[in-house]
Structure formats: structure tokens, C-alpha cells
Ligand binder design. Structure first.
Ligand code: C5P
Length: 408
């Protein structure tokens, strides 16, 4: 998928540099040409020889080497690339990029380039959350640098939290998305719901669930990358609004439905939100007081509107394709098939959300695609990759003539 694409990979000094070797291998497998710039600190973690062997190109490190500069100046290194990838992007190189320093070959190339830049941060959790790094990342994002990760998890420094460099397959997916030139969904309008809903008990308390919004947001971003005009209706989440997407923030299921109906005529709807099934019938107008010795207050619940079923109703305004999700902890496939029929949607993306799978809030997802054609098992993929695949399938479906669609 990356045939003919030229990637300039800048390897800075972090323990995650070992994953950059795997990244080169995967990029080469997909047909990309990879050329490496290695910083002085990077060379403490991986050798130029390893990078050279995997990239099958020479490795550039020294700004003042007569051979490096005479054969391939820093401007030429950038000119020859379609995309610059900084992996691992350490706190130090991000700070140098934000400050516009040009104190080694890597920083100089990054300052001199007019090509898109992707950064895959990797650092200790406290370095990542330090106000200086937060400000540098913000500055770089404003200047158009794209970020992938970091992921949450255990780190080499025996700490836990965000700071792990994204996995090579996730970085490859981000590179593919950045270099995708085809816009098969141009002119199509998409609606995506994402995240949980909050159902008020009183002004300070609510009923909700563990949905992180990561999968829904990734789908909105993937559809936008393929050229769709995307409206994302999101419940309260910690993930950022995706670039190039119109995001509407809501709290309750009622608000989510109203925002979806206000989105107008759409071609495809993807309902990835974990909508609360019930709301409190009469939320209190003031905080409910706890009284010593009194019984806890009863909570009377009533059903929420079903957004997916509402959007799936036959009629002139029904989208050509409606996709629902089935998050189940048992009888995944049977429940998903049943749900597809009950809701009236075209496809169901079924995923196992038992706590052991780590799907809720995690980075990866194992899904089955249930349509009228049958059940398709997808391998375990990063949520971004699930989103990319689903968006590609949606594009394919919408490109088919109506008669072929009916058969699905
Ligand atoms: O019924 P259940 O919640 O299991 O169905 C899941 C699917 O239905 C998801 O696509 C979810 O976004 C959608 N849904 C909805 N409105 C609801 C409940 C679920 O759109 N009230």
C-alpha cells in the first residue's frame, strides 16, 4: 500500500528505538523506501549498521561530515521524502523542534522541511506530562505536526502510564493514512456517535459507563481522511476532537439523538456510542441530601431513545448505510445477529468487551463484521486500524450500484 512512497525516518535517543527497526521492516514490506537519520543519542540505542541493513540505504547522522553533506545535504534529505517520521520522538527532540533549533542533522532537516511530519513520542510518563512537553506538543500540533500515541502501559523505567511509543503497526497505519491520496468518500456525508452518555440523577450525580470514545473517534477520523464530511456526536470523553471533523459535544442520550437528527441528510451513520439504556425518570433539580438513618432514595428509570434504531427506520431520510456496534460479554455473534435484525441496521460491528479483553479504554479491538452476507472475523487490530478498515469497507459499499447493495 506504500509502493513508491519515500519515508525519512528520524531515530532519536530513546529505548523505544529498538521498535524503529521493526517499523522499517514493516514499511519496506509495504513497498516504501526508508532512509534513516540517526541522532547522536539514538546511536546509543541502535547501531547505524542495523538501520542500514534493514533500510538497505546509508544512514545519515553527521551534519558536518563532508561525505554526508556533499552527497546528500539536509535540504535534499527532506526534498527526497514524501513524509518525515520521528520515531522515537523523545522529549528532547520535541523541545528542539518546538524551539526551532538546528543543532544537529535531525533538527536541521526538521526545520528545513516543507513535508508532512509524523511524531511518535516515547518517554517517561512524567516527562510526557511535564508542562514543558505539553506546551511543546501543543505548539507542534498547531504547526501541523501529526502525533501518533504515546500509548499507556508499562515502561522500561518500571513506571506505568502514557509514554510508550506506539507499536510499529500503529505507526504504519498512521503513515498510510497520511499518505492516502485517494478520497473515495469525497462528497459523502457521515454521522458518527461516540463515547458514553451521562444520565443525570441530580445536578452533581449521573449514571454512565466505561466507554472511552477511542473507537468512535478513530472511525470519524478515518472517514474524514477518505474525504467524507463528518459530523461526530460525542458524549463526555477524554480523547481530543479529531482533526477535520465537526464535533458536537453532548451529555445525555436525548441530547445525542437530537444532535443526530439535526445533522440533516447523511449517507452513512456509524453508531459507536455506548448509549445508556435508561435515564432517571425525574432527575432532582438540586443535589439530593444524605440524611442520617434514612433509606437511600429510590431511582426510577425509564428507557432512553434508541438512536441506532431511530436512524435505521425506513424512509426517504434513511442513510444508505447504517452501522451499529454490539459490545457483548457473552454469545457475541448470536447476540450481534439478533441485534442487527432488531435495530434494522445494515451492519453490526461486534466486539467482546469482557474485562479480560481490555477493549474498554484499551488501544486494541477484536471485532466481527456482521452483515446480510454473513459474519466476518477480523484479526486483533489497533483501534485506528479497525477504523481504517471499516472506513475502507464503507467507501467500497457506497461506491457499489444500488442493486449490488441490496444483495448485502
Ligand atoms: O442495544 P445495545 O445497546 O446493545 O446496542 C448497541 C448499538 O446500539 C450501538 O451501535 C449503540 O451505539 C446503539 N444504541 C443507540 N441508542 C441506544 C442504545 C444503543 O444508538 N439507546
Amino acid at each position: 500500500m506504500l509502493h513508491g512512497k519515500r519515508i525519512l525516518l528520524i531515530v532519536a535517543g530513546g529505548i523505544a528505538a529498538f521498535k524503529s527497526l521493526e517499523l522499517i521492516r514493516r514499511l519496506r514490506e509495504r513497498g516504501a523506501a526508508v532512509r534513516c537519520v540517526l541522532t547522536g543519542a539514538g546511536a546509543r540505542f541502535v547501531t547505524p549498521l542495523s538501520l542500514q541493513a534493514l533500510s538497505e540505504d546509508r544512514v545519515y547522522s553527521d551534519m558536518f561530515s563532508l561525505t554526508d553533506e556533499s552527497e546528500m545535504g539536509h535540504i535534499q534529505l527532506s526534498r527526497d521524502a514524501d513524509l518525515l517520521v520521528v520515531a522515537p520522538a523523545t522529549a528532547n527532540i520535541l523541545a528542539r523542534m518546538a524551539a526551532g533549533l538546528a543543532d544537529d542533522l535531525a533538527a536541521t532537516v526538521l526545520l528545513a522541511t516543507d513535508k508532512p511530519v509524523l511524531a511518535a513520542p516515547a518517554m517517561n510518563v512524567r516527562m510526557w506530562t511535564h508542562a514543558a512537553t505539553v506546551a511543546n506538543v501543543e505548539t507542534l500540533k498547531k504547526r501541523g505536526v501529526t502525533f501518533i500515541g504515546p500509548n499507556d502501559g508499562a515502561m522500561a523505567c518500571n513506571e506505568h502510564g502514557p509514554g510508550r511509543m506506539s507499536e510499529p503497526e500503529e505507526i504504519v497505519a498512521a503513515i498510510e493514512a497520511m499518505l492516502a491520496t485517494e478520497q473515495p468518500l469525497a462528497g459523502k456525508r457521515a454521522l458518527v456517535t461516540s463515547g458514553p452518555t451521562r444520565e443525570a440523577i441530580d445536578p452533581v450525580r449521573y449514571i454512565s459507563n466505561h466507554s472511552s470514545g477511542k473507537q468512535g473517534h478513530a472511525i470519524a477520523a478515518a472517514l474524514a481522511r477518505l474525504g467524507a464530511e463528518v459530523t461526530l456526536v460525542s458524549g463526555p470523553v477524554a480523547v481530543a476532537d479529531p482533526a477535520g471533523v465537526r464535533t458536537i459535544h453532548v451529555d445525555s442520550a436525548d441530547q445525542m439523538l437530537a444532535a443526530c437528527l439535526a445533522a440533516g441528510v447523511i449517507d452513512v451513520a456509524v453508531c459507536a456510542a455506548a448509549v445508556a439504556d435508561w435515564k432517571v425518570t425525574r432527575p432532582a433539580g438540586a443535589k439530593i441530601k444524605k440524611k442520617a438513618g434514612a433509606q437511600p432514595p429510590p431511582l426510577e428509570l425509564s428507557p432512553n431513545p434508541d438512536i441506532l434504531a431511530t436512524l435505521s427506520k425506513p424512509g426517504p431520510r434513511r442513510p444508505a448505510l447504517v452501522v451499529g456496534f454490539a459490545a457483548e460479554t457473552e454469545n457475541l455473534i448470536a447476540n450481534a445477529i439478533d441485534k442487527r435484525g432488531r435495530k434494522g441496521c445494515d451492519w453490526i460491528v461486534a466486539n467482546d468487551v469482557s474485562p479480560a479483553t481490555g477493549t474498554f479504554g484499551g488501544e486494541r479491538n477484536t471485532v466481527h463484521l456482521v452483515s446480510a452476507k454473513g459474519v466476518e472475523a477480523w484479526p486483533t487490530l489497533a483501534k485506528d486500524e479497525v477504523a481504517g478498515r471499516l472506513a475502507a469497507r464503507i467507501a467500497l459499499h457506497l461506491a457499489q450500484p444500488r442493486s449490488a447493495e441490496a444483495a448485502e
